[in-house]
Write a protein that binds this ligand. Structure first.
Ligand code: BGC
Length: 364
């Protein structure tokens, strides 16, 4: 498709989408960019890293769906290195991508590459993580990130029966990567639910580390979460004090905390939260070492993005369901939020195995 025409079509699509209020059913005729019209159209898909399980699934789901819809796909993983991601995106642009789908390593660090996309009139969809401070971003597709946090926080409230139990209970918090816009939403969602109990003293953060930054885990790395948890355990819990809850924003950080507990803690095993239902963490849920996770079905997100790609390229109204939450510093980006789902040892079979997400063998 000619880039100038595409740009004009896209502007009309954005306006049309906003005018109809961006309901999830907003007037589309076809759910995917199907074969005939997709031929010769290239979609660049930029993923942050292969190190964490979810991005491999996101990438391969999207590649399969885009190919099935008839698109050429240029899928790249950037090894969690911002400069690599910038060059990969620049290469996608120079080799003729018609649309870019980008899950950023650091939401604010892709400025140059995004400017280049804008100059070439290539629409950009921010995938899962919002691209910040750039007006090159056309749409955002993600899960309801704040809700991920509230699901975790509410689980702690219910499991400890914080309304009725006398407490106090000891809590530690491990949050995510400060360079990832999602991380603050996860933290705030959970903290907002737990705050009244922290303020009343029913939940006691023994380490005193309660802010997002104090609890952060650069690049979401398991090793960094483990190192911080080991320090907290040796400084605050080596005298036999129990930690009752460890609120972890996701599964890679939960794994770090679980490793630290295995090596450095003899007290009563805490409630541990997570997110993603990564295989190692589901195994730990089955073994009683992690209490819950939040399932974000990456197949749903990939399908939604493929649908949006098709709608953009055909100049149709793009399916969004949130036009207020995600301001990237240049204005609110029209977004589609998928629903995260609570997961634990009681429902993982139905959610993960019956739905074909994992085989039973993968969880052994
Ligand atoms: C994603 C989470 C993931 C984390 C680490 C976030 O942006 O939304 O699902 O656990 O990155 O990869």
């Amino acid at each position: 498709m000619k880039k100038k025409l595409l740009s004009a079509v896209l502007s009309v699509a954005v306006v049309a989408s906003l005018l109809v209020g961006c309901g999830s059913d907003a007037g589309t005729t076809s759910s995917e960019g199907e074969g005939a019209s997709a031929g010769g159209t290239k979609v660049g898909v930029s993923m942050p890293t292969k190190d964490l399980q979810r991005w491999n699934q996101d990438g391969s789901n999207m590649e399969a769906e885009l190919k099935a819809a008839g698109y050429e796909v240029d899928l790249q993983y950037a090894s969690n290195d911002v400069q690599t991601q910038v060059s990969q995106i620049e290469n996608m642009i120079s080799s003729g991508a018609d649309v870019l789908v980008i899950a950023a390593i650091e939401g604010s660090s892709l400025g140059e590459a995004l400017d280049m996309a804008k100059d070439a009139n290539i629409p950009v969809i921010a995938y899962d993580r919002l691209l910040m401070n750039s007006d090159a971003v056309s749409y955002y597709a993600t899960f309801d990130n704040y809700m991920v946090g509230t699901v975790q926080g509410q689980y702690v409230v219910d499991t400890l029966d914080l309304e009725n139990a006398a407490g106090p209970f000891n809590l530690e918090i491990t949050s995510g990567d400060p360079g990832d816009n999602n991380a603050g939403y996860f933290f705030n969602g959970a903290y907002d639910v737990l705050k009244p109990y922290i303020e009343s003293g029913k939940l006691n953060v023994v380490s005193g580390q309660k802010t997002f930054d104090e609890c952060a885990t650069p690049t979401w790395a398991t090793e960094k979460a483990q190192e911080r948890a080991e320090n907290i355990l040796s400084s605050n819990y080596s005298d036999g004090t129990n930690v009752d809850v460890w609120l972890c924003s996701n599964d890679s950080t939960a794994l770090g905390v679980e490793n630290a507990l295995a090596a450095n803690y003899n007290g009563t095993y805490p409630i541990i939260t997570g997110q993603d239902c990564d295989i190692e963490n589901v195994k730990n849920m089955i073994a009683g070492k992690q209490s819950m996770s939040v399932f974000k079905d990456t197949r749903t997100l990939a399908s939604q993005v493929v649908k949006m790609v098709g709608q953009i390229l055909k100049g149709e109204t793009v399916d969004v369901n949130d036009t207020t939450t995600y301001d990237n510093g240049t204005g609110v980006i029209p977004s589609y939020l998928c629903q995260p789902v609570f997961a634990d040892v009681n429902n993982y079979k139905e959610l993960l195995i019956d739905s074909g997400y994992y085989t039973e063998d993968q969880l052994k």
